[in-house]
Design a protein around this ligand. Structure first.
Ligand SMILES: [Zn+2]
Length: 448
């Protein structure tokens, strides 16, 4: 997200640098379309304008950091509430489990009771079947008895018809009857057998009736027992209903805590999203600030370029200093006085310390030893590659403004004159090299 587009006028195009010599004015056209400012300016913003924009962005970032602090507090509060409710929720869930268990065991008890009731039901039905069977036998025997009585009556009736025997005497079976009767012997025999048979029947019926009574008693006992179990089942069911009520209440409370928990969690998620958005905006803004600061630096460098009048028209190579500084203190080549070979041209003048050093030609900075200190006596120095095997070197600098890999145009400020390295005083040691071999720079540049 870079919103700054800078269109620089090509070097030497206008008198803009003359203006720049007076109060500082940006030597560039800036098309500013900043998302945060909203303003759209076609005018040339000054360094002050850009610095004001930087300040505004920094203020916005301050506000964002304040918001981040507040968000952090809110997240902490929500986190605390979340932890609290999580504890409550946990306890409540345990309670729900506890009631679930109680209901479970109550249901087992109820099942057991129901099993007993069903078992008793079966027993009662069995006893009832036995009673019914006994009743059936009683009825059969009674029918048999009735039948027998009928047959006996018929025989007596037939005999009565044949004799004068008194029916009542016959039925009574008196000794008188036997003596009186013609077939007394026969009758006596029949009667005895009948009485015997009927007695047996009566005894059987009595036994069956006795058994029926016992079975009925047994049935009543079973029914009473079943009643107890039914009462027990009703009691257990009531207890279970009560437990279900408690279970339902505790579940409702757990649901409510769960709901609170979810709400706190989603609040935290939202706050963290806001945090992340703010961090993102701060990062983007800091990139914008860095870009703007780089523009300011470039504008300052551009403004420091020599006035156009100082450029020598038609020269491929440019004098590396303001034309005010042109005293050669040591030429290229063998110096018999010093008995040494000098690889460059030394330029030193009064007031030269801190003066801008200009790139003699456009190219790429390949060494910017600004912060590395000493190197073979050069001190802080810069090398610019101009292509075609040509390089230029600037030594003993007090400050280096460019960095390695940077593209520089002719006249761009590389640094300031100093006395670092092996220097007896402030001066620029300037070299031009072809394929790494130093040549006399004054063969390419006229001394102004
Ligand atoms: Zn030198």
């Amino acid at each position: 997200m870079k919103h700054i587009h800078i269109v620089r006028p090509s070097f030497k195009t206008s008198g803009i640098f003359k203006r720049a010599a007076g109060g500082f004015t940006a030597a560039a056209v800036l098309c500013v379309a900043l998302s945060y400012g909203g303003a759209y300016a076609e005018e040339e913003p000054s360094v002050d304008d850009i610095q004001q924009t930087i300040e505004q962005i920094e203020q916005q970032n301050e506000q964002r950091r304040d918001e981040l602090d507040q968000l952090g507090d809110k997240i902490s509060e929500n986190q605390q509430a979340l932890d609290d409710v999580a504890e409550l929720l946990n306890d409540q869930k345990e309670l729900v489990d506890y009631y679930n268990n109680l209901v479970y065991y109550k249901e087992i008890e109820i099942d057991d009771t129901q099993t007993e009731i069903e078992k008793l039901d079966k027993d009662i039905k069995e006893v009832e079947a036995q009673i019914a069977e006994a009743q059936k036998q009683v009825e059969q025997l009674e029918a048999e008895n009735a039948d027998n009585l009928e047959k006996f009556a018929e025989i007596v009736r037939a005999m009565y018809m044949q004799s004068d025997a008194d029916l009542f005497s016959i039925l009574a079976g008196s000794d008188d009857f036997y003596e009186m009767s013609v077939g007394a012997e026969v009758l006596n025999n029949i009667t005895e057998k009948n009485i015997e048979f009927m007695d047996e029947l009566k005894a059987d019926i009595e036994r069956l009736e006795q058994s029926k009574r016992q079975l009925s008693e047994q049935k009543e006992q079973l029914s009473a027992k079943q009643e107890d179990y039914i009462a027990q089942e009703q009691k257990l069911t009531a207890e279970k209903d009560e437990l279900l009520g408690l279970q339902s209440d505790s579940q409702a409370a757990a649901d409510s805590y769960q709901n609170d928990y979810n709400n706190y969690q989603s609040a935290i998620d939202q706050l963290e999203q806001q945090q992340s958005d703010l961090h993102y905006m701060i990062n983007v803004s800091e990139e914008e600030i860095a870009a703007l600061e780089e523009e300011v630096r470039q504008m300052i460098l551009a403004a420091q370029k020599p006035p156009e009048s100082e450029l020598q028209d038609g020269m491929e190579w440019m004098w590396p200093l303001s034309t005010n500084f042109h005293m050669i203190t040591c030429h290229f080549g063998y110096d018999p006085d010093m008995d040494r070979y000098h690889r460059g041209t030394d330029i030193g003048d009064g007031g030269i310390y801190g003066a801008n050093i200009y790139s003699t030609k456009g190219g790429t900075v390949i060494i910017a030893n600004g912060s590395y200190g000493w190197n073979g006596g050069y001190g802080k120095y810069v090398v610019v590659d101009h292509g075609g095997g040509y390089t230029s070197l600037y030594a003993h600098m007090s400050a280096v403004y460019v960095s390695e890999g940077q593209e520089v145009s002719q006249g761009e400020v590389l640094g300031a004159v100093g006395d670092t390295g092996w220097a007896t005083g402030p001066h620029l040691h300037f070299e031009i090299r072809i394929n790494g071999d130093a040549v006399d720079a004054l063969g390419y540049i006229n001394v102004p």
